[in-house]
Design a binder for this molecule. Structure first.
Ligand code: ZN
Ligand code: ZN
Length: 123
């Protein structure tokens, strides 16, 4: 699978207990095949999959037009700035989500978790 952000090669890093998670070998972004309010808490047990350096994520975070690898359509950008800044790509067709390196770790922390969850589809 090709990374929708930097076009690097992505590899499957999740086990079968959660949704498929692919990690990019170049930008270290994470692509979740399905992420929603229902499976978030299960997926949250796997923050160790986010091995990338925060600075890598910052470098690629400004990309606005990201195509879903599955549907060839532009992913929606979900974001809030207040009280904290959260920004990520979500495909409204298949509910795949792309998070830049370091963002998954950040959004699963107590401070961000609830706000991030609200931005995800219900199922
Ligand atoms: Zn990449
Ligand atoms: Zn999609």
């Amino acid at each position: 699978m090709q990374c929708p952000i930097c076009y690097g090669e992505m590899e499957l890093v999740s086990d079968e207990t959660i949704t498929n998670v692919n990690r990019c070998g170049t930008c270290h972004g994470l692509h979740f095949e399905l992420l929603n309010q229902k499976n978030l808490d299960d997926v949250a047990q796997h923050v160790h999959l986010d091995t990338g350096d925060d600075s890598l994520g910052d470098k690629y975070n400004e990309m606005v037009y990201v195509e879903c690898p599955k549907y060839d359509m532009i992913m929606d950008q979900r974001s809030i700035d207040d009280p904290i800044k959260i920004r990520f790509e979500l495909c409204i067709a298949c509910h795949a989500t792309f998070l830049d390196a370091g963002e998954f770790r950040e959004y699963m922390s107590d401070e961000y978790h609830d706000k991030f969850r609200e931005l995800l589809p219900e199922n």
